[in-house]
Design a protein around this ligand. Structure first.
Ligand SMILES: [Zn+2]
Ligand SMILES: [Zn+2]
Length: 262
């Protein structure tokens, strides 16, 4: 079986405090051979880098999440800027806009996003974008800030086909998470079919958003094959083809070595 790349996990999160090594072992046994663990503030960015340093199949991303944008002062952004240059850090993120929960004021979210897009250009690394109910503002900002220069991934994609098309035009990849396995995921299914394997990657976003069989439980990277299987069904190709293409897409965008022979 071709190896999967979990392009968005929070494996350094305290939700895995008791069984992180076991979760990693289960992921490997399930065919997940690469994991990007994603920081959301300066402390979790440190934790993500430490985890990546300890495991050759884990890489890190660092950024300040829109939920935490109110804390993105000069000192916090300076820390992220330093950490973004660390060798096993392959992306700036997660960053973005969340107008669903609005845990930080919108102006603060926009400022933090702008600052971190500038950082991504400065360090020459792609961005991981979080977006809930803010696609118009996000896309306008990405276009204005020239995100195409660094590229990136729309993580846990929740937009419609029009949003997907604009994202693709900016050179972004579309990342599909557990919700694609939910029975009511019509719009997402349509996006998967339309985008196709040229520009898709897959993720768990664990410990959040488990695929259907594990709803209500903690998510973990070992459950990624369920999401990939649903993508395969929607695209009408074998699961191995989804694994091969999405891993290739992720490795190319993130600058991570590809599996031998891929
Ligand atoms: Zn997110
Ligand atoms: Zn996340």
């Amino acid at each position: 079986m071709t190896a999967l790349f979990d392009t968005h996990a929070h494996l350094h999160d305290s939700a895995f405090a008791d069984d992180r090594d076991a979760a990693l072992a289960r992921a490997r046994a399930a065919g997940v051979s690469r994991i990007l663990t994603v920081g959301t503030d300066p402390q979790s960015a440190h934790d993500a880098i430490a985890l990546a340093a300890a495991h050759p199949d884990v890489w890190a991303a660092v950024g300040i999440h829109p939920h935490d944008a109110a804390t993105a002062d000069g000192a916090a952004l300076a820390t992220i800027a330093t950490l973004a240059r660390a060798p096993r850090v392959v992306a700036v993120g997660e960053i973005g806009l969340d107008y669903y929960r609005n845990l930080s004021p919108r102006p603060a979210q926009l400022d933090a996003l702008r600052a971190q897009l500038a950082l991504a250009r400065e360090v020459g690394k792609p961005v991981l974008l979080h977006c809930r109910e803010a696609h118009a503002d996000l896309l306008a900002l990405l276009e204005a800030e020239g995100v195409a220069a660094v590229g990136g991934i729309m993580h846990c994609f929740s937009g419609d086909l029009e949003v997907a098309r604009r994202a693709l035009a900016l050179g972004l990849l579309v990342s599909i998470a557990g919700p694609v396995t939910y029975p009511n995921a019509r719009r997402l299914a349509e996006v998967v079919r339309a985008v196709g394997l040229d520009a898709l990657v897959v993720e768990t976003d664990c410990p959040y958003l488990p695929p259907q069989p594990w709803r209500g439980q903690r998510n973990e990277p070992a459950y990624l094959p369920a999401t990939a299987a649903r993508v395969a069904e929607l695209c009408g190709v074998p699961a191995a083809e989804v694994a091969r293409r999405t891993t290739e897409n992720a490795c190319r965008r993130l600058g991570v070595p590809r599996p031998a022979g891929a």
